[in-house]
Structure formats: structure tokens, C-alpha cells
Design a protein around this ligand. Sequence first.
Ligand SMILES: [Zn+2]
Length: 281
Amino acid sequence: MYPPPADAEQRRAVAPVICYPTRTLPRPDLDLYRTARKTAQKISEVLVAPRDAATFTVTAGQFFRISSVEGPQVGDLNLWNAADLSGRFYSGKTRALHGTHLTTGERMWSAFPHLRPMATIVEDTLDWYGIDAFGGSVHDVIGTRCDPYTGNLLAGTQYHHCCHSNLTRALADHLGCSVAEAEPHVHDVLNVFMCTGFTRDTGQYFMKASPVRPGDHLEFFAEIDLLGALSACPGGDCSAEHSSDTAACHPLLVEVFAPSDGALAGWAQPQVSGYDRSHGR
Ligand SMILES: [Zn+2]
């Protein structure tokens, strides 16, 4: 290790600057969404089996709710533009804009060149949790998704029910294609109900038992037509381990609600990014 320079403490004491101040970020009209939500009727639901995934579709202007049922369980969520799978959720940019964990009023943003809000969180029954003494919080966009490749790298295993594989199978079934064709569309997730952070001493990604209990839910407003896939993680509440069949696992419920006609008067789907894409050429 290099010896610290004479002004090391001075350099460390420089105050941080927020990379992306959100003052100019377009704000969702949560009052309008909530008013519309009061008129909404349930139109569909899917129960995601433990250690498996399921897809669902939501039309722009509808709501979808992910609920804990039966027992504490973490979910890994992928979202795509239903009409164009390249318009998929961009976990990294969402993290840069909103921080490491999402809650009410924050949005899931799509990948370049689209970069528009795909879904807005309108209700979060775990918003009371905040940031705990370990630096942990709920609904992260810092994890990737548990996957068989990392398990194989670290332990030499061949495990087939990680979220990555669950999402791949569910998408393949929805598209009517092979897992090899579906796999490249699977992307980094919103870790619904998962409690995570980084250790202060080593900066390592940590997880701890999710505070979620049956009845808790996270609800979204669909800003565009969406295809979603949700995996009920083999980690269960992620208190101990994932990438195995060891943890107690429970299903997750996804419900879709449609507001009445006219309830969203004045609302329009967000446009794709206004950048001209010439990249200086
Ligand atoms: Zn997982």
C-alpha cells in the first residue's frame, strides 16, 4: 500500500457533491395517479410460485401491485416496453438518479436510447423502514439478480432456480422461444422487498432478513405498456443464503388494476429521450 500524502486528511475531508441533482427531473403527478387509483378495478392477477417466475402485462395508465403472501419473500423484477424489448429497465441509471433503494414517487427508468420512466412507485408499505443502523434499506437497485454463473464461479454448482434462470424461463414461455433466445433480454432487477446495503468497512454488498410481512405491498403506475417478469427468489427473505433450495420460500402475488375511463384526463405517456443521438458526428 502507498503511504498517504501529507494532505491526505484534507483530501478526504472534501464534501461530496450529488452527481445528478433531481431538481429538474420531471415530477410524476402523484395526486392524479392516486385519484385515478381510487376508481380502479382489478382486471388480472398472477401468483408467482416460490423459486420460479411469472410474466404479466400492464397497459399504460394501469397499476400493478406486488404483494407478500403467506410469508416473507423477496422478488426480482424485470420490466420491458411491451412493444420493444430493447426498452428495458436500466437499474444503474435508476440508481444514479434516485439512489440505492426506491420508494414512493420514484421511478424505474428505461435503457438508452429511450431513458424514460417506465413505472412510478405510488405506494410502499415498507416506506417506514428508512435506512437502518447497518446502512440497509428496502427495494434496492444495487444488486443484480442471483444467477447460476456466479454460483458456478464461487462454488462450482449447477443450480437452476436462481432469479436469472427463473426470469429466463418465464420470458421464454411468454415469447414462445428458447431459453437461449430469451436469456439476453433478462437484465438487472429491482429487488422488491429485499433489504440490502454495503458494509461500511469493506464496501461489500450485504443482505439481511427482509422486514416484509404478508400484506405488505409495492404498487406501481405503468407509464408505458409493460411486460413484466417477477421471480420469487430462492433466497426467500434473504436472511441467510440464496442460489440453493435451502431457504424457506413463499409465493408473491401480482395484481393489475385499471382505472375508469377519463380518470387520467390530462395525462400522457412520457416521451423517449430528446437527445438527437448524433453523438458529435
Ligand atoms: Zn434471487
